[in-house]
Design a protein around this ligand. Structure first.
Ligand code: CUA
Length: 310
């Protein structure tokens, strides 16, 4: 699916990649047609016929050999030139721009940090439309690869070696991103929803994300909040305004605002969240989220609490 998306670019970088792809495709098509025509003509014209004399035997042709050596060199040099040109379009300038966002690949989810505002989220990358955004790409464990086919090029997320990439969206909307480097069992469920918004809408999203959700004081949700801090949830997760401050798993401060769970393995609905808490492996078989053998009552209370995280 994402292969086709490469040909539906919504950013200058993705456009130049799509143009290069189409140019290469036409060069390849021309070579394919030329070679198959020559083969077919030779097969038909020079096939062995009844009573025909033995064909003239020849060895070597300097002219031919020079031609089929120089021809491909010229073609490859042209393609190489186009490729270098396309890479330059996407490269970060060396003028010292600071990245606005850091995306960190984890097995198997994406951490997203807004470096100026301090917003932390997971698996749902919001960007303003109409201008290029410089993103710092890192990895927490193994090599991952950040790729949003409609918005830009691929870039590896390498542990200990930050990379940078520009992405931009000319049109507001949702775009699918994914991990493009095999990184273990759940590589296929390491997706990301990129939400491109008009600058004003992006700013208000960011302001919302900065709000600290109130800790519920009564009912199911309060029971869930207590379970959350008493149980082991706080060993891996963070919720701003509570004791939970670990960054091993996704930050859950505004979990209820997000549209996907488990890096795209399920939609973020109360029913799916319940299923996820009761048996994470039923949604994502090899996830690092453990099964805590919660009772239905406990899971319902936790869901009630998490629905207040907005
Ligand atoms: Cu992360 Cu593949």
């Amino acid at each position: 699916m994402t292969g086709v998306l490469t040909l539906q670019p919504f950013s200058p970088e993705a456009s130049s990649i799509a143009h290069l792809f189409i140019a290469v495709l036409f060069v390849m098509l021309a070579i394919f047609l030329l070679v198959s025509t020559i083969v077919i003509v030779a097969l038909v014209r020079y096939r062995d016929r009844e009573g025909a004399p033995e064909a003239r035997q020849e060895f070597g042709s300097k002219r031919l050999e020079v031609a089929w050596t120089v021809g491909p060199i010229v073609i490859l040099a042209l393609l190489f030139g186009f490729m270098i040109h396309t890479i330059q379009v996407a490269d970060p300038p060396l003028s010292g721009e600071k990245p606005e966002i850091r995306v960190v690949g984890h097995q198997w989810w994406w951490e997203i940090d807004y470096l100026q505002s301090g917003v932390v989220t997971a698996n749902e990358l919001h960007i303003p439309t109409g201008r290029p955004i410089l993103i710092d790409i890192e990895a927490a464990d193994v090599i991952h690869d950040f790729w949003v086919p409609e918005l830009g090029r691929k870039i590896d997320a390498v542990p200990g070696h930050p990379n940078h990439v520009w992405i931009s969206a000319s049109k507001a909307g949702d775009y699918v991103g994914e991990c493009a480097e095999f990184c273990g069992d759940e590589h296929a469920w390491m997706r990301m929803l990129v939400v491109a918004q008009a600058p004003a809408a992006f700013d208000s999203w960011q302001q919302e994300q900065l709000k600290v959700p109130a800790v519920p004081s009564a009912g199911e949700a309060a029971k869930g909040a207590k379970l959350f801090s008493d149980q082991t949830c706080v060993n891996c997760h963070a919720v701003t305004g509570t004791v939970a401050n670990q960054r091993i798993g996704p930050d859950l401060t505004h979990l209820a605002d997000r549209r996907i769970l488990a890096a795209g393995a399920a939609e973020n609905t109360p029913a799916n969240l319940f299923r996820w808490l009761k048996d994470p492996n039923s949604i994502k078989p090899q996830t690092h989220m453990p099964n805590f053998q919660l009772t239905d009552d406990q899971a319902h209370a936790l869901v009630a609490y998490m629905e207040t995280l907005r």
